[in-house]
Design a protein around this ligand. Structure first.
Ligand code: NAD
Ligand code: AKB
Length: 315
């Protein structure tokens, strides 16, 4: 079997930083090329500066490294996207088209393109949202993900390009900071708790959202990408679930370990985005097709987050 060479686009972001290292462990450090807009530090393998909006530069890198797979993680997330909708649409769509086109032209074997729970809007069932349902998102980010999912499906059906995707819920991890989403509070809150600072939450205490701990998110991604193509029945994007909690519940979970921790609530424009997303997701298609099963619940995640962040902050 030929060795895969994987190009990661947006490798400096919250998920990319962790996923790139996991891919290097699985495929060997030299076989995973990390790329982002800015120089990447502390890399255990090759890295390059790449603007994914520059299709020629992307094609040159694919040639240079003889890449066989692309993981396309570059995107403008929900909250940042609402501040500049046209820019978010342009970045999210143009970078995806560049990735799909270079993958088709250079006959790459697989492409990974994450979608999001942001594809759902107020018309979708708010609990246990099914795999197939009406997709009318309220954000430009969500619109770009719905369009992206459909283009991924189109490239699979029209050109046979093996594009795979999951709809991540909010991802929580200690290794990297989130990049402008609505679920970011659930990472920030742990950093404040560990530093002994009170936290002001930008969502109401009773706002439930689907979330997933980073180790589960990475395991899901690798599992999907390793699954036999014949097992995959969804070529838009798989629903993926881990846990559901609201800001009040994550606060209570942290207070079991940090009893003095205090949180106040000052909802901002992100409240309306959160209110348009479901509270929980039906991920039975992912479970059936490629054996998905999350390992972390809220309290297990809290213990692990606090353990690692206490090391990071030396407290
Ligand atoms: P992030 O914002 O933390 O990272 C995105 C990275 O892309 C950044 O390092 C940024 O510099 C880079 N980037 C932006 N524009 C670029 C360009 N033109 N060319 C090259 N790089 C560029 O995002 P993330 O949280 O790591 O998300 C990764 C992917 O997962 C995105 O597609 C996002 O929509 C999806 N996702 C994330 C979450 C989450 O909770 N983190 C949830 C659902 C879906
Ligand atoms: C965001 O909040 O925008 C992301 C996501 C759920 O896609 N974390």
């Amino acid at each position: 079997m030929n060795q895969d060479k994987i190009l990661v686009v947006g490798a400096g972001g919250q998920i990319g930083a962790v996923l790139t290292e996991a891919l290097r462990e699985a495929h060997g450090p030299d076989n995973v090329i990390a790329t982002d807009l800015r120089p990447l530090e502390n890399q255990s393998g090759p890295s390059e500066i790449l603007d994914a909006l520059d299709g020629n530069a992307l094609a040159e890198l694919v040639k240079k490294y003889r890449a066989t797979q692309i993981y396309h993680l570059a995107a403008i997330l929900s909250a940042t996207g609402e501040k500049n909708p046209m820019w978010a649409w342009d970045v999210n769509m143009r970078s995806l088209f560049n990735v799909l086109e270079v993958s088709r032209e250079q006959q790459l074997s697989k492409v990974y393109f994450p979608s999001s729970i942001a594809v759902f809007g107020l018309q979708a069932a708010p609990a246990m949202t099914p795999q197939y349902t009406v997709l009318i998102p309220e954000t430009v980010y969500g619109i770009s993900k719905v369009a992206g999912e459909n283009w991924a499906n189109y490239y699979y059906r029209r050109y046979g390009l093996d594009v795979r995707s999951v709809r991540y819920p909010g991802i929580i991890g200690y290794q990297s900071m989130p990049g402008g989403g609505t679920t970011d509070y659930a990472v920030d809150i742990y950093h404040y708790a560990v530093q002994g600072k009170p936290y002001e939450c930008f969502l109401r205490a009773d706002t439930p959202l689907p979330m997933l701990y980073m180790p589960d998110a990475i395991r899901a991604t690798l599992q999907l990408m390793e699954a036999p193509a014949a097992n995959l029945s969804v070529r838009t994007s798989y629903n993926l679930a881990g846990m559901t909690f609201n800001p009040g519940e994550i606060t209570a979970s942290i207070q079991k370990e940090v009893p003095d921790f205090r949180v106040s609530y000052k909802p901002d424009f992100r409240q309306a985005i959160a209110d348009s997303w479901p509270a929980s997701i039906d991920d039975s298609a992912a479970r059936k097709d490629w054996g998905w099963k999350p390992e972390f619940d809220l309290d297990a995640m809290t213990r692990d987050m606090l353990l690692h962040l206490r090391e990071q902050y030396s407290v």
